[in-house]
Design a protein around this ligand. Structure first.
Ligand code: ZN
Length: 480
């Protein structure tokens, strides 16, 4: 049986339309999923929408909509978005799913309770509506939420708690010994510091405060916190409620692609829940950097200030994919600008890749090459360059450095452009076919390397090689 690879994005909250952070998660998870498929692994690629919680209920009420109708509408947009980006997920779960998710989440709750890890307690806490979360008193800055600069609401209520302190040492050990690896390394230290002083966490709210959510089993007056049920989706999507074979085939996740604001829930809370259930922890968590718009610092408002649907309307999905994968740094924050998008498209995609393919194909036609007769493996200097690049891609992707992997492919494209131009002049004198065949072989190798990153482009390159027809491989480029 082929080796398995289970990868997820985080569960996107539908209080907003897809933003740049979710776009990055989708792209990065997609590259890794496609790359692992190419290597012959069986891949399960899950993405999901988190559809419960106070924020979402408020949005529905503002629009005078029934909450279920509201989440149905927004989730449909997420599905369209995922399709437009050409994402290869083979599963999609909604947290309002009544079968797999509801039953699975309640089973998880019951099991944690049977283990003695869930208890009910009256508490006085600070609740930030913007975060839709409790903020520890010691984390407040001059009495205000550190994320939003607003005074939180003081609440006094009864909730269920999860006994995280029981597991924190074990989680720390797993992370330190890299049983659970966190990329990039800076994030690993962040989570270890967090675990030093973490206490038990609130995992439910009274129904009158949180009505839009999954009820606590055997206690109808309480609702499970929506972050708990969002995290549960990684298990429920595999059929945890009846422990189908599928579940045991895929668990644990090989990689979670997430953004920084959910690092704590993935690096501390989720491992706690899994240890309580007696399950293996995920192997890797990859935290991506943020992307700012047009040189301004990222804030939630700015992230939404480019309309991603318009962007995908104006530009083909591979150009958008290239731009964001090339711009997103693992540790640092990237920047979005239309000027840069146009520049990169012109220089890297049109002048770099497109002109290479065009020139090679037209030379091969002149040399009257038969397309069924092209070698699949290159020898000599070209073969060496290809092997070197393949190794770089493998190494970079192993460290979740997607930008660097893509850059090494462009290093090969630069080499190919130079090499083929020189070769063309020589071969014209000899009117030989060998040089042209070698160039076609090089383009074929490039298309294979590019396929996880730019899947439509790779397909077009293969079609050009098959038909030996000079065609532009990038379409939909706005003139401006
Ligand atoms: Zn806040």
């Amino acid at each position: 049986m082929a080796k398995k690879f289970y990868i997820t994005t985080s569960s996107a909250s539908v209080d907003k339309l897809p933003d740049i952070d979710f776009l990055l998660e989708l792209l990065q998870a997609d590259v890794l999923a496609r790359y692992n498929r190419k290597k012959g692994k069986d891949v399960f690629f899950l993405t999901s929408t988190s559809e419960y919680g106070i924020k979402i209920l408020k949005k529905a009420e503002e629009g005078k909509k029934d909450p279920q109708d509201f989440v149905n509408e927004v989730t449909l947009k997420y599905r369209i978005f995922i399709e437009k980006l050409n994402i290869s997920n083979n599963s999609f779960i909604r947290t309002t799913d009544k079968d797999l998710h509801l039953k699975g989440t309640q089973k998880i709750w019951r099991e944690m309770k049977e283990k003695g890890d869930v208890y009910k307690k009256k508490h006085k806490s600070s609740y930030c509506a913007e975060c839709d979360a409790f903020v520890e008193k010691k984390k407040l800055v001059s009495g205000k939420c550190p994320n939003h600069g607003k005074h939180p609401e003081n609440v006094e209520e009864e909730s269920y708690f999860f006994n995280l302190s029981k597991y924190k040492e074990k989680i720390k050990e797993k992370i330190e010994k890299e049983g659970l690896q966190i990329f990039p390394r800076e994030r690993k230290n962040e989570i270890i510091c967090f675990l030093e002083e973490v206490e038990d966490v609130i995992i439910s709210r009274p129904k009158e405060k949180l009505s839009w959510g999954i009820s606590v089993p055997d206690d109808d007056n309480q609702t499970i916190s929506n972050w708990v049920d969002a995290l549960s989706s990684y298990l429920t999507a595999l059929g945890y409620q009846d422990e189908r074979d599928d579940f045991w085939r895929w668990w644990p996740p090989d990689a979670h692609c997430i953004e920084r604001s959910v690092l704590v829930s993935h690096g501390a809370f989720l491992p706690g829940i899994l240890l309580s259930l007696g399950l293996d922890l995920p192997k890797n968590i990859y935290v991506h950097g943020h992307m700012a718009c047009e040189g301004k610092k990222k804030s939630k408002k700015l992230a939404r200030s480019i309309d991603l649907f318009n962007l995908l309307e104006d530009w083909s999905s591979d150009i958008v994919r290239y731009y964001f994968l090339r711009e997103s740094l693992t540790c640092k924050d990237g920047r979005f600008s239309y000027k840069k998008l146009k520049e990169e498209c012109d220089i890297d995609l049109i002048d770099g890749l497109n002109s290479l393919v065009y020139r090679v194909i037209s030379f091969a036609r002149k040399m009257e090459i038969n397309s069924t007769n092209i070698p699949r493996v290159c020898a000599g200097e070209v073969g060496k360059e290809i092997k070197k690049t393949e190794k770089q891609i493998e190494d970079f992707l192993g460290e979740y450095m997607l930008k660097e992997a893509l850059e090494s492919i462009w290093g090969l494209i630069c080499f190919a452009n130079k090499y083929t131009k020189e070769k063309e002049i020589m071969e014209k004198r000899k009117s030989g076919q060998e040089g042209a065949k070698e160039m076609l072989c090089l383009v074929h190798s490039l298309s294979k390397m590019l396929s996880p990153f730019l899947p439509s482009t790779a397909k077009k390159m293969e079609a050009s090689l098959r038909d030996l027809k000079e065609e532009n491989i990038f379409s939909k480029i706005p003139k401006k």
